[in-house]
Design a protein around this ligand. Structure first.
Ligand SMILES: Nc1nc2c(c(=O)[nH]1)N[C@H]1C(S)=C(S)[C@@H](COP(=O)(O)OP(=O)(O)OC[C@H]3O[C@@H](n4cnc5c(=O)[nH]c(N)nc54)[C@H](O)[C@@H]3O)O[C@H]1N2
Ligand SMILES: Nc1nc2c(c(=O)[nH]1)N[C@H]1C(S)=C(S)[C@@H](COP(=O)(O)OP(=O)(O)OC[C@H]3O[C@@H](n4cnc5c(=O)[nH]c(N)nc54)[C@H](O)[C@@H]3O)O[C@H]1N2
Ligand code: SF4
Ligand SMILES: [Mo]
Length: 703
């Protein structure tokens, strides 16, 4: 081991698994090292390559350490904090005076701690007064969240701890490549398998996760809803459903049953590309097991019918009588570090803390009281993430934007358009620790602490509230997001409402704001988190044990029952046709994280994965005379992009897959379709139509 001094226990900065790590000073180089925390019961000491290398960024030379302000000559030049914050506050006031409160937008993130997410929501409503705040979780968890609320009356990604996975006899993973996206979770699947359990994976690609499965369902992109309804048809036809459970614990079965009557196996096989025998096997395994789970990832969720697709799988598990039974049920695998907490406390356009709704008067009154403001002054519901970004500039009317924790220029669908919108802003403010493709267009860049330099709470994918601890000193000159909001609020004349000296201070107000809400954190304290390895919400009082498992007795709807939904398959916003004949889908590499803003700076990670490759089947490759490394120019109705080819039988011959971790001419999102789910407003990252317009010899890629 190369560490000295006593390590600090904290959590990895990246994904929702929030592995326990130990950070210590390196004994060999300047800087810090992260190792797995063997005592944390979620990862048990395991980390993925991103976690092992996470401390590299703490002393990275590209770190932003001074506020930057765009000069008249167009350069970003260093200035003092007062000058930068004065500029931003004056900008907000000017926009408000000239164009009204709605002219200022805020864009938050699932990277933010609960304290920050809560405060950003409050800042938007109280200090700026704008309805227009949303966040990148809209691109991530919004479909699963909406489905959970509809079906169960509550949105907690996993209604059970991950340790239940090892006890499930059968698991169906739909559109989740967990072996790459949550690698240490695979220890629970390995134990499940060792105990004789079965794994089924539905994915258009034979991923590293699918390779571990007993059965792989190679679904056509965008057909998960047909798949779910087809499985339900078979469950009913083969009398595998649980009428006693349906009667005792649910509503709406009959309407759902009528809706799936059309989903005969032969029809579903045609739509999904999954053989009837595999469909029947899947249902028989799920129904025949005493304990069975369906878990979804972004595959079925990031579709313009993402909510209905998730509801289709929930329907199946309700009909089989599995939800609420031991080591059984439905769950969604949350993505970002605080993807769960970040979606509960008011960064969403329609939301207030504690999972309350901004359009419900009783909720407005409760929160206005905690904030000490008149409920009438709280704005109403604002625009969802893509709609907000699409409205930037004089035409859409949102002329100023503050971004905290997202690289929207890379991560947004139809990114070419969004970059143009960013360029048309009167004021773009980016709070970040590193420059990225979004801050390139900023008028002001505010340098912030990184994860190991400040404390706060996050809520992991199980609903367990955990604590990030201070493990390294911050460089001279940077500030926390919370200090920035305080500094701006003071300049906007409401400093008294933001006079927090520490994240802990914010947490105390936050607990009160969540009390009595669906996501109730009132009983959680920093001390309890330390002694109990985290506390699961809801936790309404300090003497309440927290809630690791939901739904054993009742669901969260007022009558205690879950709801079936009659959901119908429909085409994606754009399907392949004569002009654009191929499916285009996007996702992730094990080595990079989201927009890549952080992981592209880590030498080990870029060495392992230096650039994005377009995955295509050998049959498709040979039609175009392409071989491994050939440069493919891909075009959709929205743009063109270039990628070197990866030729593999691990993908359907009608589909191209590209990771989205890069900007520039290899940006996957230049091609994606911003068709939105009508309920969740989730963009369709997982289905678009493209063509291969040109193939060049290897090496001639400009990405
Ligand atoms: N290494 C790494 N880990 C991460 C992240 C990262 O960027 N890198 N990001 C984190 C975040 S924010 C998230 S949201 C999660 C995401 O975690 P996942 O959901 O596991 O990741 P994705 O790669 O986006 O999508 C999963 C799979 O969906 C498949 N897919 C594509 N289209 C369809 C379809 O129409 N139907 C079905 N059934 N499947 C389809 C893709 O082939 C892909 O293998 O990962 C988290 N963990
Ligand atoms: N084509 C395609 N596009 C996608 C997806 C897909 O599957 N396909 N997935 C979507 C999904 S699921 C997601 S979650 C998004 C993610 O994409 P983004 O929203 O861009 O998220 P990140 O890349 O994680 O960017 C986080 C930024 O926040 C900064 N940061 C980290 N911690 C803090 C902090 O505490 N404070 C502040 N102020 N900044 C911080 C980092 O340095 C980085 O610049 O991408 C979406 N885009
Ligand atoms: S699985 Fe997620 S939390 Fe764990 S080390 Fe990897 S990125 Fe970090
Ligand atoms: Mo995500």
């Amino acid at each position: 081991m190369e560490s000295v001094a006593s390590p600090t226990k904290t959590h990895c900065p990246y994904c929702a698994f929030q592995c326990g790590i130990e950070v210590s000073e390196s004994s060999t180089t300047v800087g810090w090292v992260a190792t797995g925390d063997a005592d944390f019961p979620v990862n048990n000491g395991q980390l993925c390559i991103k976690g092992w290398t996470s401390a590299n960024l703490l002393t990275h030379p590209e770190r932003l350490t001074k506020p930057l302000l765009r000069t008249k000559s167009g350069r970003l030049a260093p200035v003092g904090w007062d000058e930068a914050l004065d500029f931003v506050a004056a900008g907000i006031q000017t926009l408000r005076q000239r164009h009204g409160v709605e002219a200022m937008g805020l864009f938050g993130s699932g990277v933010l701690t609960n304290e920050k997410a809560y405060l950003l929501g409050k800042f938007a409503r109280v200090a700026v007064g704008t309805p227009n705040i949303d966040y990148n979780g809209r691109f991530c968890m919004s479909s699963a969240a909406a489905a959970g609320n509809k079906a169960f009356g509550i949105d907690r990604g996993l209604p059970f701890p991950v340790s239940d996975i090892e006890k499930a006899e059968v698991i169906l993973l739909v559109g989740a490549n967990s072996a790459d996206t949550l690698p240490p979770i695979m220890q629970w699947f390995d134990r499940q398998k060792a105990a004789g359990g079965r794994l089924i994976v539905a994915d258009p690609r034979r991923t590293s996760t699918a390779r571990r499965a007993d059965l792989h369902l190679p679904v056509t992109p965008g057909t998960d809803l047909a798949l779910a309804n087809g499985l339900m048809f078979i469950a009913i036809e083969e009398k595998l459903i649980d009428p006693a459970y349906i009667e005792a614990r649910t509503n709406g079965f009959e309407a759902m049953r009528r809706a799936v009557l059309a989903y005969e196996p032969a029809y579903v096989e045609r739509l999904t590309g999954v053989r009837e025998s595999a469909l029947r096997q899947t249902v028989r395994w799920l129904a025949g097991a005493t304990s069975a789970m369906i878990l979804t990832g972004r595959g079925p969720e990031q579709q313009s019918k993402g909510v209905d697709s998730v509801l289709g799988f929930v329907n199946l598990m309700l009909a089989l009588g599995k939800i609420g039974r031991p080591a059984s049920g439905f769950g969604t695998l949350t993505g970002q570090g605080n993807g769960q907490g970040g979606r509960e406390h008011g960064q969403k356009a329609d939301q207030l803390p504690g999972y309350r709704l901004i359009e419900v008067d009783a909720h407005r009154e409760i929160i206005a009281k905690v904030w000490g403001v008149d409920p009438k002054t709280l704005p109403r519901k604002g625009k969802s993430a893509y709609e907000l970004l699409d409205s930037l500039g004089p035409v859409g009317g949102i002329r100023g934007l503050l971004v905290m924790g997202s690289n929207v220029a890379v991560a947004s669908p139809h990114s070419g358009r969004i970059i143009d919108r960013l360029k048309s802003l009167e004021m773009l403010v980016v709070c970040d620790a590193f420059p990225n493709e979004t801050s390139e267009h900023a008028h002001v860049v505010l340098p912030v602490y990184q994860w190991a330099e400040e404390e706060g709470t996050l809520t992991n994918l199980e609903g367990r509230v955990i604590r990030r601890r201070i493990a390294a000193p911050a460089p001279e000159g940077v500030r926390g997001d919370i200090d920035i909001l305080r500094g701006l609020a003071e300049r906007l004349g409401c400093g008294d409402k933001f006079a927090f000296d520490s994240p802990r201070d914010v947490f105390e107000e936050f607990r009160r704001a969540t009390a009595g809400g669906t996501a109730d954190y009132a009983g959680i304290t920093y001390e309890r988190i330390d002694t109990e390895d985290g506390v699961f919400w809801p936790c309404p009082a300090e003497d309440h044990p927290g809630t690791p498992r939901l739904f054993a007795e009742r669901f969260a709807h007022p009558d205690g029952r879950a709801k079936f939904h009659a959901v119908e398959h429909r085409p994606a916003g754009e399907e392949p046709d004569g002009e654009y004949p191929l499916y285009y889908t996007t996702g992730r590499y094990k080595e990079h994280y989201n927009s890549g803003a952080q992981t592209r700076l880590v030498g080990e990670l870029t060495a392992a994965k230096p650039r994005p490759l377009a995955q295509i089947h050998p049959r498709l490759a040979s039609r175009f005379g392409a071989t491994a490394g050939s440069v493919l120019v891909l075009e959709s109705r929205r743009g063109r992009a270039e990628f070197a080819a990866e030729v593999t039988t691990d993908i359907r011959p009608d589909t191209v897959f590209v990771p989205f971790h890069w900007g520039g001419s290899g940006a996957a999102n230049l091609l994606t379709n911003p068709s939105l789910d009508p309920t969740s407003r989730m963009p369709e990252y997982k289905v678009a139509a493209v063509r291969i317009s040109e193939v060049r010899p290897a090496g001639e890629v400009s990405a």
